[in-house]
Design a protein around this ligand. Sequence first.
Ligand SMILES: Cc1ncc(COP(=O)(O)O)c(C=O)c1O
Length: 399
Amino acid sequence: MDAISTRPLDWLADFPAIPEGWAYLDSAATAQKPQVVIDAIERAYGETYATVHRGVYQRSAEMTLAFEASRRRVAEFINARAAEEVVFVRGATEGINLVAQSWGRDNLKPGDRVLLSTLEHHSNIVPWQLAGAEIDVVPLTEDHRIDLDAMAAMIRPEHKLVALAHVSNVLGSVLDAKRAAEIAHNVGSKLLLDGCQAVPRLPVDVQELDCDFYVFSGHKLYGPTGIGVLWARSEILEAMPPWQGGGAMIDKVTFERTTWAPPPARFEAGTPHVVGVIGLHAAIDYVTGIGLDAIHAHEAALVAETRDALRSLNSVRLFGPEDSTGIVSFAVEGVHPHDVGTILDEEKVAIRAGHHCAQPLMAALGVHATARASFGVYNGRRDIEALARGIERVRKIFG
Ligand SMILES: Cc1ncc(COP(=O)(O)O)c(C=O)c1O
């Protein structure tokens, strides 16, 4: 087992919104922001602010350079072949809706199907329903992973797309994405990976994973809200129609006919979230400065210790596999997860309680809700101890 890094206290000092004595265990919902990201946002609004791609003046030209430098940084971060494969969106939700509405319009014909899994976030279920797709669902293994043997047995050429979470936001289980890609590609299906919970926790290389689409949100990666990324292979993006119309996405407009700009501009109608893009660049610099391998090892060790600590309180039920990454869902026998969350809050421990936007998964687990502790670089052993103490108090209160 990897050891919990001895450096989290240094990393914690980077985060001004985490006061001494507060155990922030809700990074899977949104990560706190390091000072370097806050500084980058302040500079972008304060000293260097201007629009992009439109201004003829120096300031706007400079902001455009910074904006496009961020796109290149994202491409490098996920090992895309080219910056043009990176589309800025509001977040993972918008990225999946974009694929469903644009790629789906051209590629999902009556009778075509989409293959999802039991553990998907609502944002990887509802967009496919809105696109009118027929949906099939890959079950989970006993230890709460997406069952790829079952997927291999059930996939058919009618499944034009497989869309799966790279890491589950509830269970922390990590998908064997390369195997999923192989199974999907064997029948000519495309693979979309929802990387929301993976990108802050694992090194991600879209070429190595061999997926076709990858989406993630900046705010879970220590960056700003309102900015995220859709990556797709350039040949796929080039063939996709626009999904929203407006400024920036056109080549030529007349009242009779409009032609489109090439990707990624084709998918970025309107004034973009300029400052969000700049903040995302700073966030990527921050996590790569620490190293995704180091973050992964640190969070794996936190999860292992948390699971051990909670197991020893024998009225706690744990969900997810033993080697889950960064996330531990649990239930305290006889106590509603919301009550667990409220009492933990009194103990200065912030967790999430609820269905985690994964109601079909809750149904499969046979619960209405779970309590969830999720980690970031700033967490350490003291947070696990605070969590365990808080759960002891829950047990005392509820007898
Ligand atoms: C696995 C997963 N997918 C998608 C989303 C949606 O992300 P956002 O709300 O940032 O678009 C989340 C957020 O909780 C998530 O955890």
